[in-house]
Design a binder for this molecule. Sequence first.
Ligand SMILES: [Zn+2]
Length: 286
Amino acid sequence: MGREWDDDILSMSTDLAVGDRSEHLVCPSCGGGDSGERSMLIYCTAEGLFYKCYRVKCSLKGKVGAMGYRPTTNKVRKPKLHTRMLDPEPLPDDVLDWWLDYFWWADEEMLMINGVLWSEPLERVLYPIKSLTGTHEGYLARLYDDLVLNESNLRGSKAKAYYNTLLKDYRLTCMMTPHMAQFEDYCVVVEDYPSALRINTEIPCVALSGTSVQEPTLMELVKGGKRKVCFVLDADATAKAAQIVYNYGLHFEHLTFVPLYGKDPKDMEDDDFKVLVTAIKEQLRI
Ligand SMILES: [Zn+2]
């Protein structure tokens, strides 16, 4: 197997840390066949990225060596994609209608005030990557299958990060901070931006710009002056969250987490969401 797909694999795995497995992706070789099946998985290990397409007709598999990707141990997030590729524009009316229908708890002002935009070339919604201190560094371009007309835009991972600068040693934020979430000394941390927008209607909340909580995440919270922090994570991340609390608890007045057993906050029914908000407030003692 040649190196033909290395660049595709790398661009599809920019958010993976060692030990992570990707979500189900569209294979760059077979495109998932007629149905665009998400048949590819990428495993990130210390030895490199192992990838495999599970469609029998394709069975593309291989490895991109450890030199080919960002080792997560050096704690520097090296950006690969520039925001100039996005051609950002305000959300077109049809996209806005779809988004507000899909996330029924949101309103147009929430999107405007937070600078949520659209990329027509990529047909993706752009969520701002913004540090806790307000520095805007780029966009997370999120794919929603319903919004894609050009099928070639279905390729790649569901979320890709694009940055305003590609300086090699630039330490990028780990956070996506909605408007107003930076002004209290407490906050909630969730895994996706729409969930952060929703929780932010009740309690200051930020989203992770990557897929896992790492040391720089904690350090940014400390630097951002957060004294009380509540992680709201999938229940299967509970062991990791407990480890975080154990390792970093001393940096905070209060560091805690609430496990999610069902839907993400963005998808919760209103009643379940209220229960979650109450649980978070109890944990944060606010
Ligand atoms: Zn394939």
